[in-house]
Design a protein around this ligand. Sequence first.
Ligand code: ZN
Length: 219
Amino acid sequence: MWPEIGRPTVLVPVGSTEQHGPHLPLDTDTRVAAAVAARAAAGTDLLVAPPIAYGASGEHEAFAGTVSIGHDALRLLLVELGRSAARWAARLVFVNGHGGNGATLIDAVGLLRHEGRDAAWFPCACGGDAHAGRTETSLVLALNPALVRGGAAAGNTAPLDELLPAMRAGGVAAVSPNGVLGDPAGASAEEGERLLAAMAVRLAVAITRWTPDPTGRLR
Ligand SMILES: [Zn+2]
């Protein structure tokens, strides 16, 4: 309720709606970002906003289910959301679950900071494989195992750096017919739980420290 809100630090999870292989849901990134934000905020006076469920996912558009709003629309959305929330929020953190949103976040947060608003962003990064592989499969198993289909095959397991030129030209479909970059084998809820907990702690510590780097990223 609005009278209880005061002048908080607000966490805005930013995700995507994009294919995550034949075994994970389209809203995987959104769920992960929302979970990391919720865990970091638990027991604190940090406020978690409803997540932004669409992002810049053009590289996945060859796969059904993917909906990308692109960099320009996402940038405008983040900027206007930030301008509005900053009327009452002391600080604003975009908690990002989709790597493809990164450049747009840097842009939008840069503008908000230039305008004098105390915004920052934080990536839900935990190493591991790039997309719908062991890492993300473990994360979703930890969040809700009913959302994971069994028996998913490996995708393209080459390092992302090697795949990027082909992906820039033809998207993920050009390098991985099933949409997976990595290998879901070995994924487990226990591993996902560990990764979620570690990301939430890093986020909580980064918010306490509050030293956005030149790109606006909290470390
Ligand atoms: Zn993802």
